[in-house]
Design a protein around this ligand. Structure first.
Ligand code: SAM
Ligand code: SF4
Length: 325
């Protein structure tokens, strides 16, 4: 559907849980965060109802995220059911990959359209330092399995000066050897991310060109989101950059988010949005629920300004694990 700023909102990111099996330093403290009580988390039936109503408004693409979405029981069945909703053209997943190896075949058979695996390093030691868990091998094996199965894979690497500067060139090798896009995500000053220093696209591209030769910007549209892609003649995949801060893309933003406790969040940066959990649990009709979602999306904020914002009262104070990235 078209919002009041003429943007076509067709993409819904659904966080199915606020739980996670890793403790990435930029996302969570070692001890974890206080979890939302189970009875406040939307059930699969409730999520499916929201998806059905949203699809009537022109939402075509759904991304399942978390916390870590694969820790939620029976997640494959939810993905299968969302895939079967009329009007939904694409269901994709963002995961840390720890539980992916064993679930890869079921996800493939459920019809998953693509899987984004978050991976910031190829070093087991560094992985342990960044995520506070010794699970690198599991993630690496899962990526290989997805490639074998023929599932579309993207690797999302959060580039942080303090942790993985010297991993950037290595991780890009995935795109050289396989038809996998490696995307470098710019660090956002949200939650624990505020403590660290991001690495700019220009610096990353410079490092890659030094090692692999020239990269050309890809002109055709690639993917559903704001990533800008570059190709190199010796690479099978592309290198992408997602830079919410330095290359702000609010004017073309096509997405809204549903948090695990049913808050329809209209912009990553703001806590603006509406609660859908209470209406869902008060027997609201499908028509009224669809209208509620419509009216909220219509009023999606213009955009964010992470570093200079006058609207301080509405700034999001949660961590990424609670929002879903
Ligand atoms: N657990 C899943 C995963 O790691 O892919 C899904 C949720 S996680 C919050 C989604 C993405 O948010 C991850 O790729 C992670 O790197 C990214 N992320 C976390 N904190 C961030 C921050 N401060 N700035 C930018 N991206 C961040
Ligand atoms: Fe968990 Fe993803 Fe946050 Fe890492 S980035 S702690 S894997 S939710």
């Amino acid at each position: 559907m078209i919002d009041k700023l003429n943007r076509n909102i067709e993409y819904l990111r659904i966080s199915v849980t606020d739980r996670c099996n890793l403790r990435c330093v930029y996302c969570m403290p070692e001890e974890g965060v206080e979890n939302i009580p189970h009875d406040e988390i939307l059930s699969y039936d409730e999520i499916l109802r929201v998806c059905k109503c949203a699809s009537k408004l022109g939402i075509k693409k759904i991304k399942i995220t978390g916390g870590e979405p694969l820790v939620r029981k029976d997640i494959v069945s939810l993905i299968r059911d969302i895939k079967n909703i009329r009007g939904i053209e694409q269901v994709t997943l963002t995961t840390n990959g720890v539980l992916l190896y064993d679930m890869a075949k079921d996800l493939y058979e459920a019809g998953i359209d693509a899987i984004n695996v978050s991976l910031d390093t190829l070093s087991r030691k560094k992985f342990l330092k960044i995520t506070r868990r010794d699970d690198f091998e599991k993630v690496s094996m899962a990526i290989d399995k997805l490639v074998d199965l023929g599932v579309r894979v993207k690797i999302n690497c959060l580039a942080i000066k303090e942790y993985n500067f010297d991993e950037i060139v290595k991780i890009a090798q995935y795109s050289k050897d396989n038809n996998i896009d490696v995307r470098f995500i710019e660090l956002m000053p949200i939650g624990y991310g505020k403590i660290y220093t991001g690495i700019s696209n220009e610096v990353i591209l410079g490092l890659l060109e030094e090692k692999y030769g020239q990269f050309e910007k890809v002109k055709e549209k690639r993917g559903n989101g704001p990533a800008v892609y570059y190709a190199n003649e010796n690479f099978k995949g592309c290198i992408g950059f997602i830079s919410a801060i330095s290359h702000e893309f609010c004017e073309t933003c096509n997405r809204v988010r549903l948090t695990s406790n049913g808050f329809l969040k209209l912009c990553l940066h703001y806590n603006k949005g509406i609660d859908l959990k209470e209406p869902l649990r008060s027997n609201i009709s499908d028509e009224d629920l669809t209208n509620m979602i419509h009216d909220a999306i219509k009023n999606k904020p213009l955009g964010h300004n992470f570093y200079h914002d006058s609207d301080m009262n509405n700034i999001e104070s949660k961590n990424m694990v609670q929002i879903g990235g």
